[in-house]
Ligand binder design. Structure first.
Ligand SMILES: [Zn+2]
Ligand SMILES: [Zn+2]
Ligand SMILES: [Zn+2]
Length: 384
C-alpha cells in the first residue's frame, strides 16, 4: 500500500495539479497544505485551505480494492467481474453515467459490460477513476487499451496521462504504427504528430515491423500517405544538404576574393604588389584562403599555357579575377590585375552571362551576409 501511495504521488495528475512546481509539499509531511494568496486549482481560485492527504487517497484506493457496499458489477472478457460504485463511475464518466441509466438492475444492483480489452486493463482503468492511481508496470503493459478506454469513456485526465507516458518513453519502434493509428481514432493530435515524426525518422526499421505489415493490409491508404511523407521529408533533407554545400562554396569564394584584394594591395608573405617591398618579418596572415591563393598566383605567373581553358589552374585564376572585377567598386584605384579590363569587357557581355554572374555575386554576398562588409559592400548596390 505504501509503495502504491508513492507511485501515485509521482504519477497522479490530480495530485500533480495541486502540488504545482511553485508550491512543493513540505519536506517530511504526509499532507500537502497550501494557504497562499492567488493559488489556482484547475484554474479556479482556492480560498482558505486546500488539503489532499495521503489518507484521502488511501481511502479512495480502499474503497475500490475492498469493494465496500458496491452496487455495480462490470462484466469483462472471459467471465471477469469488477465490483464498483455507480455514483463514482457516473461522476467520473458521462458515458458510464448513460450506460448505468440504461443498464438492467436487479434490486439496487446493476451490471454493465466493458469488452474487447483484457480484464486486468479494465481493472487498472476503474482504479484510475477512483484514485487517479496506477502502477507503472500496469501502464507499460496496458497503455494501448487504457488509451482506448480513456477516449471511449471520455476521461481526459487518463488520456493525457497515457499520452505523457507514451511521449516519455513507452512509444517505440515496435508499437509506433499501432499507436499512430490509435491516436488518429482517439483524436489525440499531439500524439499522432509525435508518432508521425518517429515513423519518418526511423522509417527503414519501422517499415519492417509487424505493425507496419498489419497496417499495410488493413489501411493501405494510410500506408500510402505515410510513404509520401517519407519521400517529402527525404527530398527536403536533400535540398537542405545541397543548400549547405552551396553556401560553403560561396563562402570559400568570398574568402578567396578578400584574400586576393589583400595580396594585391598589402602583399602577403612572399607575394605582393610590385611597388611594395615585403619584409621577412610580417605579422601572421588572417586570411584563411591566402595560402591556396598564393600558390595559384605563383602558378599563374609562371604557367606557359596561361590562356582561359588552357590549364585548369589558370582557368580558375581567370574566373577569380573576373569575379573580383564584378565585386569591385573602385576599379580605378584597384591593384588586382585585369580588374579594369574586365570592367570594360562587362559592357559587351551577353544578357545570359550578365544574369549568370549577377546571380553568383548575389549568392556570394548573401552567404556572407555582407550588409556592411569591408571591400565589397559598394558593389552590392550595383548587383542588388
Ligand atoms: Zn595573407
Ligand atoms: Zn596554368
Ligand atoms: Zn578591383
Amino acid at each position: 500500500m505504501e509503495e502504491t501511495g508513492r507511485d501515485c504521488k509521482k504519477s497522479s495528475p490530480l495530485v500533480t495539479n495541486i502540488s504545482s512546481p511553485d508550491a512543493p509539499p513540505l519536506p517530511g509531511s504526509r499532507m500537502s497544505i497550501y494557504r497562499r494568496k492567488g493559488l489556482l486549482l484547475d484554474g479556479i481560485p482556492v480560498r482558505g485551505y486546500s488539503c489532499v492527504a495521503t489518507a484521502t487517497r488511501d481511502l479512495w484506493e480502499r474503497m475500490f480494492n475492498e469493494g465496500y457496499r458496491t452496487d455495480v458489477a462490470i462484466n469483462t472478457d472471459n467471465g471477469g467481474v469488477i465490483h464498483a460504485h455507480a455514483s463514482i463511475l457516473g461522476m467520473a464518466s458521462p458515458v458510464m453515467k448513460n450506460m448505468l441509466k440504461q443498464s438492467r438492475s436487479r434490486g439496487c444492483r446493476r451490471s454493465i459490460s466493458i469488452r474487447g480489452v483484457p480484464h486486468p486493463a479494465v481493472r487498472v482503468f476503474i482504479r484510475f477513476l477512483y484514485s487517479s492511481c496506477y502502477e507503472q508496470e500496469e501502464m507499460n503493459e496496458f497503455i494501448l487499451p487504457l488509451l482506448v478506454l480513456s477516449h471511449g469513456f471520455v476521461i481526459p485526465s487518463l488520456k493525457r496521462e497515457c499520452e505523457r507516458q507514451l511521449q516519455n518513453g513507452l512509444l517505440n519502434i515496435e508499437n509506433v504504427v499501432d499507436i499512430f493509428q490509435l491516436s488518429l481514432l482517439c483524436d489525440a493530435p499531439r500524439l499522432s504528430l509525435f508518432c508521425h515524426r518517429l515513423i519518418i525518422k526511423s522509417f527503414m526499421v519501422i517499415s519492417t515491423t509487424e505493425g507496419w505489415k498489419a497496417m499495410k493490409q488493413s489501411h493501405p491508404m494510410l500506408e500510402k500517405e505515410l510513404l509520401e511523407s517519407v519521400i517529402d521529408a527525404d527530398s527536403r533533407k536533400q535540398e537542405r544538404l545541397k543548400k549547405i554545400e552551396q553556401r560553403k562554396i560561396y563562402l570559400q569564394l568570398y574568402e578567396a576574393m578578400e584574400a586576393l584584394v589583400h595580396i594585391c594591395r598589402d602583399g602577403c608573405r612572399t607575394i605582393g604588389p610590385h611597388d611594395k617591398v615585403l619584409k621577412g618579418d610580417q605579422p601572421p596572415c588572417n586570411f584563411a584562403a591566402c595560402k591556396g591563393l598564393e600558390l595559384l598566383v605563383r602558378h599563374f605567373a609562371g604557367c606557359k599555357l596561361r590562356v582561359p581553358g588552357g590549364c585548369i589552374h589558370c582557368k580558375r585564376m581567370w574566373q577569380l579575377l573576373e569575379l573580383h572585377s564584378r565585386l569591385c567598386s573602385e576599379p580605378s584605384k584597384c591593384k588586382v590585375p585585369l580588374c579594369r579590363n574586365f570592367k570594360e569587357r562587362l559592357k559587351q557581355q551577353s544578357k545570359k552571362d550578365e544574369v549568370k554572374w549577377k546571380l553568383l555575386v548575389q549568392n556570394i554576398l548573401r552567404a556572407k551576409k555582407v550588409s556592411g562588409a569591408s571591400f565589397f559592400s559598394p558593389a552590392t548596390a550595383i548587383y542588388a
